[in-house]
Ligand binder design. Structure first.
Ligand SMILES: Cc1cc2nc3c(=O)[nH]c(=O)nc-3n(C[C@H](O)[C@H](O)[C@H](O)COP(=O)(O)OP(=O)(O)OC[C@H]3O[C@@H](n4cnc5c(N)ncnc54)[C@H](O)[C@@H]3O)c2cc1C
Length: 406
């Protein structure tokens, strides 16, 4: 089989190795001058390579059955075994996340690059594919520099446009549409959220409970780091709830995040704490009292938002003000106006509709010889190794099928 794989990222590299091992003649096209540029940035350079439990609920997709069926075929143990077969070992963390034993994303790219060489894949670096056309002789693949070649089978593994500065494109969608496939609208996930009233607290990171409301309905909440930025909210808790927030914003729904700044304190406990401060230190001003409980920048902005004069002695405040303060700490409201955009996202939800793709092979049901893998498909995962797990699993399935004789 004379096979072209478009995209030398996670799914494309794995598919190329598997297909070449199974006997296919493989050419891998990569637009960048190096393989796996996005992979190098994963997990802050440590690469959270997979998750032990790849349940369909951890993915955003219109077709959960497709995801479930893929991971029945290729589970995290099979992916780990594939990596062991190319010489890269993993470590598992208690909560289920896996990392390369080196904790370095570059060792993942190194292991894949070495294996590509060893199995004889022709790697075309700096070769951005422009068009893929179905001809009577096979798929004609033309690059931006004008060269073209025809292949019996072609795999589209170019991902989507989260973090375009790392080489990501959304060309897969146009190619898929031109070849008869439909596309589910895309939107960024694992992305910071924009809102007002955070700029003065820029750089403050705290463990909080972030709760998401869509059209005033509580959707979900996470306790983890939240980072205040010049444009809004970031940090792990915000990235986690962004999949729901981003989907709602795309449908012009009202999105609100409330922050419980002190999740381990009850409202009663806080009230008692302030009442005793009022008794013991009646002359201390509210900013001083609050700054011993919260970072100073946060204390200042919260008092401003609640219209409480931070310079007033705490002993003078009445019960109503105290109640407002406690409620502000336990549920500070931020109206979300937008996501911070694909440039700052770790993944895109939406993509090529999987309803027309055979899960056992990743081959199109509409066009024989046309295959898809990775994030270009309408499957995007939670934080925790789910996106790479899907890229590896879909790449492994596609790689096997690309090499099969007709
Ligand atoms: C900052 C960041 C951190 C992340 N961390 C994690 C993590 O720790 N764990 C996790 O599971 N997921 C993580 N992800 C998500 C994960 O990296 C992606 O989901 C995954 O890489 C998708 O794999 P893919 O093969 O579909 O696409 P990619 O890995 O994006 O590969 C696509 C390749 O196609 C190439 N390409 C594009 N257009 C063309 C063209 N026209 N011609 C030729 N080549 C082309 C690109 O240059 C790229 O190399 C992270 C993402 C980002 C942005």
């Amino acid at each position: 089989m004379n096979v072209a794989i478009i995209g030398g990222g996670a799914s494309g590299m794995v598919a190329a190795i598997v297909a070449a091992r199974a006997g296919a003649k493989v050419t891998l096209y990569e637009a960048q001058e190096a393989l796996g540029k996005k992979l190098l940035a994963t997990g802050n350079g440590r690469c959270n390579i997979a998750h032990r439990t790849v349940a369909p609920s951890r993915f955003v997709t219109d077709n959960s059955a497709f995801v479930e069926s893929l991971f029945v075929r290729i589970d995290s143990a099979s992916i780990e075994a594939f990596f062991a077969s190319i010489g890269l070992l993993w470590v598992w963390h208690e909560e289920g996340k896996a990392f390369p034993i080196t904790y370095e994303a570059k060792s993942v790219v190194k292991a894949l690059s070495l294996a590509l060489q060893e199995v004889g894949v022709t790697v075309q670096l700096g070769q951005a594919v422009q068009t893929i056309v179905d001809t009577p002789k096979g798929y004609s693949v033309r690059t931006v520099d004008g060269s073209s070649a025809t292949y019996t089978r072609v795999l589209i593994a170019t991902g989507l446009d989260a973090a375009p500065q790392l080489g990501a494109t959304q060309e897969a969608l146009a190619w898929a549409k031109a070849l008869g496939h439909s596309v589910v609208p895309t939107y960024p996930i694992l992305v910071p959220l924009e809102c007002a009233h955070t700029a003065t607290m820029q750089g403050v990171r705290m463990r909080m409970e972030a709760t998401l409301f869509i059209d005033n309905q509580k959707i979900t909440s996470y306790i983890d780091d939240v980072l205040f930025t010049a444009y809004g909210l970031s940090g792990l808790a915000i990235l986690d709830l962004s999949r729901y927030a981003s989907a709602a914003l795309a449908q012009s729904k009202r999105v609100k995040v409330t922050l419980d700044l002190l999740p381990s304190w009850s409202k009663n406990g806080l009230t008692q704490h302030f009442e005793s401060a009022q008794k013991e230190f009646p002359k201390r001003d509210w900013l001083a009292v609050l700054s011993l409980l919260l970072p100073q920048k946060v204390a200042k902005e919260l008092l401003k938002t609640l219209s409480i004069d931070g310079a007033l002695p705490c002993g003078k405040e009445d019960a109503r003000t105290l109640k407002r303060l406690v409620e502000g700490i336990k549920g500070w409201k931020f109206e979300i106006t937008a996501t911070h955009g694909a440039k700052h996202a770790e993944a895109m939800a939406g993509g090529i509709d999987t309803a027309s793709i055979e899960v056992a092979s990743m081959e199109s049901r509409l066009k024989k010889g046309l295959f898809f893998a990775g994030e270009a498909l309408d499957v995007a995962g939670d934080r925790g190794g789910f996106n790479l797990a899907f890229a590896w699993a879909s790449g492994m399935v596609a790689g096997q099928a690309l090499a099969l004789k007709d």
